[in-house]
Every structure is written in C-alpha cells, then in structure tokens.
Design a protein around this ligand. Sequence first.
Ligand code: AMP
Length: 573
Amino acid sequence: MSLGCDLTVLEELTSNAKQIQDDVLNKILNANANTEYLKRFLQGSSDKELFKKNVPVVSYEDVKPYIDRVANGEPSDIISGEPITAFFRSSGTTSGNQKIFPANNITFENILFAFSLSSVVMSKHVEVYKQGKVMSFTFTQTISTTPCGLPLAPGLTSFIKSEYYRRLAKNSTSPYQIILCPDTKQSMYCQLLCGLVQRDEVVSVGSVFASVLVQVIHFLENYWKELASNIRSGHLSEWITDLSCRESVSTILVEPNPELADLIENECGQTSWQGIVTRLWPKAKCMEAIITGSMAQHISALEFYSNKLPLVSPIYGSSEAFFGLNLEPLCKPQHVSYTFLPNMSYFEFIDVDVEGGTTSGEVLDLVDVKLGRYYELLVTNFSGLHRCRVGDVLEATGYYNKTPQFRFVRRKTTVLSVHLEPTTEEDLLKALARATVILESLELMLTGFTCYGDVSTVPGHYVFYLELKAKVNNNSIDDEVLDNKVLVECCRVMEESLNGTYRRFRRKNGSIGALEIRVVQQGTFDSLMDFFVSRGSSISQYKTPMCINSAEALKVLEDKVLARFFSDKSPPI
Ligand code: AMP
C-alpha cells in the first residue's frame, strides 16, 4: 500500500472511511484466515460477519502465548499470513509490564505513511515548516533479538533503523548517526550542540513525547556552560567517546563560534528561563510533541520555557498500530483530537461509561461511533492482532469529512484505588490542573508529577509527588520557599476535583485518609526516567507513569522528598 502522501490522499481517505475500513478488514481476513489463531474461530472463512460474531475481543495476555511462540521460533502463520519480520517492545511505563508486538512490512509502511502525512499537515499549517529545520530530539536503543533471531526493539527504534526511514523526507538538525548512538547522554549532548549551531534554521523544536522535551531542557540547564565552551573553541568535549557522534558533530561544528557562545551564555545565564526556547531558537514557530493524556502534566512547563509557542500534539499511535493525526495542529493542547487514518488497521470501539465501565458492551465500527460517547479502542492489524484491546479510552468529538475524530481521554485501567473508588488518569489530570493554577500564582512551575496509593496507613490515602521549580530565578526550591498554606490549599483543591466516590469515602465514613503532597527535589523525575530506562524502557517512548506501583521506583522518589503537606479538610460531596 504505497500511497503517495499529500493532502489529496488525506481527503480521499477521510471521505471514504467506511469503504476503506471494509477493504482493510477484507485484506486482513484474506491474508490471515488460515492462521492457527483465526482458524480456531473462523474455520478458514474470511467472512466479515463471521469475524464479528465468532472472533473474541481479547487482551494482550490472551494472545501473548501465540506471540511468544512465534518469537521463540515457530512459524509466523500461527498468527499472521504475512511473515513477521520484527517485534516491537512497548514502553511498559503505562501498563507496568513490557509487551512485545509482532510487526511486518505493512507495519513499517504504515508508520512511514503516517509520519509523511503528519509532516504534510504541519507544512499546511506552519508556513515556513518546509523551509527550515526541525530540531527533533530522537533516541534509539540497541536492537536485541528474540530467541528465534528476529529483531526486538521499541517501534520507533525499529523504524528508524529500517530501510523505510530512509524514504522519509527529513530536515532535522540531528544527524542520523547521532540518533543511532545508544548512549542517551552523549546523544542528547550532541543533538543539543547541533541544534544550537544551526539555531537560525530551526522552525520547530520537538520530540515524540513532551516528557522528553522537558528532560532535554533540564539537560540544557546542566550543560549549557560546557556546550557554549565547545562552541567557543570549536572542539567537542572529550567525554563524547562515540566515534560516529564525534564525526557527525565535526561536520556541523566546523569552526570556533565565539559570538554564538556569548549569546548562549548570556541567555542561559539569566535568572529566569522563561522563554529560553524562543530566545535560543528565535525562528521556532512551534513545539511538536505528544502533549495529550499523561503528557498533559508538562503543558505548563513547556509553555513557560517557550513563551507560549503553539504546542503541537501531532500523532496518536502505539506499538499495536498507528491510529490518527491531529489535523488542527495549532489548536490548544486541551482541544486536541486525532482523526483516525482508516487505512492503518481495522478499528472497533466498545462503548464505555465515563467512569470506565462497559455499558452495553456493543462493539461499533469506526464510522458508527456517536459523538460525545467514550469508547475503548480495539485493533485488528496486519500483523496478527485481532480485536485486541489497546487499553486506551477515547471520546468521539467530531468528524473530518466522514472520519471520526477522538480526544484521548486516558488509559483504561483505574490507576488509583485505596478503598473501592475508581480514580482514573483523567481524574488525576483534572486535580493536577487545578493545583497547577494555584502553584502558578506563586510563580512555581510543575516539572514532574506522579502518585501512589499508600495503604500502609489506616485508612489508606493518596500521595502525590510533585517536583516544583521557581519560575523567577530558575532555581530549585528548598523547603523554606514552600508556603505551607498554599500547598495545603493544593491538597484541598485536588481532593475537591476527584470523583464523587472518592469524596464520599473520604468524607462520610473516613475510608480514605487526607490527600498528601510530597514535594521532591529537583531532578527526581530525571532519576525516575533513568530508573525506567535502565530497566529497558526506551527514552523516546518513555511516559512518566501517572501512578507508581513498583517498590523500587517508589524508593527513587522517597529518597528525595523535601517536604510533606496534607489536606486539612474533607472535600464537599
Ligand atoms: P507504546 O506502545 O509504548 O508506544 O505506547 C502507546 C501508548 O501511548 C498508547 O496506547 C497511549 O496510551 C499512549 N499514547 C500514544 N500516543 C498518544 C497521544 N497522542 N496522546 C495520549 N497518549 C498517547
């Protein structure tokens, strides 16, 4: 399916969603009817109605044994008619455990198509997009192999290292060889250096997820003096030992540039880092990174650092499949919806209620969803997943031509519960948004957030870990700056915005204890990311977990607690 990539294609796809989805399903069923998996339910038929009637809706755990068999060396046709050529490892930070997903040539073609189309959409909305360069922080990991010798890596790494990536029109300040460097620290340093040297060409600053952009800015805070010194002398620091990185940097940092070094020192040495991105990259027109879902916690920090450049959340996808594009890239992060691309996979939607419970359990086709309803997403892809739950809850918000658009609501699983209350990611984000407003009135910026249900106390209670930073002098905060009254107020408004069940348990019978905020030292969330990356997460796909379940990850946070605050009254019901 090598479709050309321009706006006409987008119009065609979105105007014919129903037909295209039917064709996609037909194609998948024709290719896979004789796999061991589908034969169990369809006895070799590729009839769509039979598929809907007989093939069960499953979770990853249900198909894992089949996937593992292929990864261990049994033939691909256990699950897929098309040969499986690679496995994608999911980040595992949202679900808690890493999963592996089969991929084949169509998977790679789809990613290529979606990225190309996303860039076409950007060019339509950001005038100079095609004329300048994108400073896109991209990282890859080493590819390992499954027991049968097939490559295993995060989806983005596999794609970047594949031949398909070469076909993607690129205009990035980061040379390819630097992106390939497996040492994140060396790679990040060199990508920043190259981005600074090419500052006048940069029209957009990005990474896949917003958390990585925040991490890059923290890295710049620690390394700007050294970066400026390298630029002043024209020599790269000796600790960059990766030869490909050195070679690539030498093609960009070709001579000493004292004027640029002065400028960097001048801008980065100022007491406030407000607008640092636009000060260092004055031609940047936007920041591009996924900023919806759990990434929404980074909105205020990025707005601060970029002086409110538009934050563009361009794509929605996962290791299972590519889903959709944001066709109004310059809209506010709070209003982002993704238009599904009907040629990517076959999509179905289970009606769920706002609290996450299944309602009628009705499974709808893409074109049959109803605006304003919440759905759990199911995917049937070209590489062996059939009616598999992705674990995301979406709200149908509108149409582009005849294709529905969705707002990302949250991961499906209830993330916090210390009694019987179902607190979701969305509840937490709402609570956090209210606390952020109070913190901003104190010129404090939120630079990291996660939480945990502490049931070691009786009754159990919620613990929110916040990493804060003073906006004015770009300093880390110490406990003297932390105004007890204001933080207690934050605890209170957070409780007020949690769901009714939480508030009832908290108020009526004391089944839930007072909400607690633990403020952690600056850099704690970088350490948390290092912890997950050391466990095999890919930095490019890393998402700060909304809620911590692992005792070891909790220890990373606990070691850095500066101060604790508790809500001082029960929320109204
Ligand atoms: P992974 O398979 O590790 O890449 O993780 C995929 C998951 O990341 C998705 O199922 C979503 O939960 C989340 N995700 C991906 N794109 C977005 C987006 N645009 N907005 C919110 N969450 C996203």
